[in-house]
Design a protein around this ligand. Structure first.
Ligand SMILES: C[S@@+](CC[C@H](N)C(=O)[O-])C[C@H]1O[C@@H](n2cnc3c(N)ncnc32)[C@H](O)[C@@H]1O
Length: 267
């Protein structure tokens, strides 16, 4: 087990502590709250069904960046009205579970998990809520077993880069073929207090770069470094602060020729 130090309630390796200290010395990014504008023009929301549902939501509080609805609509739209199994990491006020229910419909099996025991009050409203950490592999497996499998993961939990990776390591292999894994608020990938940092090896964006190399292992011959996604990373979509991984078994690539060699008209 690696030597760790206690730092503001967390156990960190000496390298991670140095990284946090360095993060305090570097230019500070804008505070997240300075981006909030409840009166921002709503046209971006009117353009999509998800946006309209979100804009008219008057239930429990949810916070969404204005550019997210278009992304949800593009990737989740074809799943609406279907009996898909959805797990959202991070319940908070319960608002997003209510919005997902309206968006996906009554057929969807919707679960939320949160480390905060007070979130249990949302159990049985828009979906089922289970209390535990996104870093607890046994807990994650038990929730997926209770769900009867899983088709869609939305990671809106702690946003700590180590936690994002830990959840993905457990949940991506459990995703059904054709499943979707979305991680949001990835601006945290750049922030040391979320175990991230610009070009920092442990930052999730750095993991995504490794995944891109893994997808192309056929062409560089160095193999796949991330076991959880190996052989099943069909596509990676990167948007501002959102990454979407599509799971599909990836066969060895094949190139073809037309006209076929040996047929009339071929060289
Ligand atoms: C951004 S909020 C979720 C917001 C919610 N998805 C919404 O849009 O309404 C993040 C939540 O993640 C939870 N959380 C923090 N660390 C966690 C962990 N290790 N495992 C599971 N949940 C965690 C927090 O308690 C908090 O409620």
């Amino acid at each position: 087990m690696a030597f760790t130090l206690r730092w503001k309630g967390e156990r960190l390796t000496p390298v991670e502590v140095m990284h946090r200290v360095r993060g305090k010395l570097l230019p500070r990014p804008r505070h997240i709250n300075t981006y909030i504008d409840d009166d921002a023009p709503a046209e971006a929301l009117e353009a999509t069904e998800f946006g309209r549902i979100y804009d008219s939501h008057d239930g429990a509080r949810a916070l969404k960046w204005l550019h997210y609805p278009e992304i949800y609509e593009r990737h989740f739209g074809p799943l609406r009205g279907k009996p898909i199994r959805i797990l959202e990491i991070g319940v908070a006020y319960g608002g997003s579970l209510e919005i997902w229910r309206r968006f996906f419909g009554s057929e969807a099996i919707i679960y939320g998990i949160d480390i905060d025991p007070s979130c249990a009050v949302h159990d049985g409203k828009a979906g089922s809520v289970r209390i535990g950490s996104q870093t607890d592999a046994a807990f994650l497996r038990s929730v997926v077993e209770e769900m009867g499998g899983i088709d869609l993961v939305i990671d809106d939990g702690s946003h700590d880069n180590r936690h994002i990776q830990a959840s993905l390591d457990v949940l991506f292999p459990l995703l059904a073929e054709g499943g979707i894994y979305l991680v949001e608020d990835l601006h945290c990938s750049y922030w040391p207090r979320y175990s991230g940092g610009y070009a920092w090896p442990g930052a999730f964006y750095n993991r995504l770069k490794v995944m891109i190399d893994d997808m192309h292992h056929w062409y560089h011959g160095r193999g796949e470094r991330i076991a959880a996604t190996a052989g099943h990373l069909h596509a990676i979509h990167v948007y501002d602060s959102i990454a979407i991984l599509e799971k599909r078994r990836v066969p060895e690539p094949v190139m073809t020729r037309r006209p076929k060699v040996g047929t009339a008209g071929a060289d």
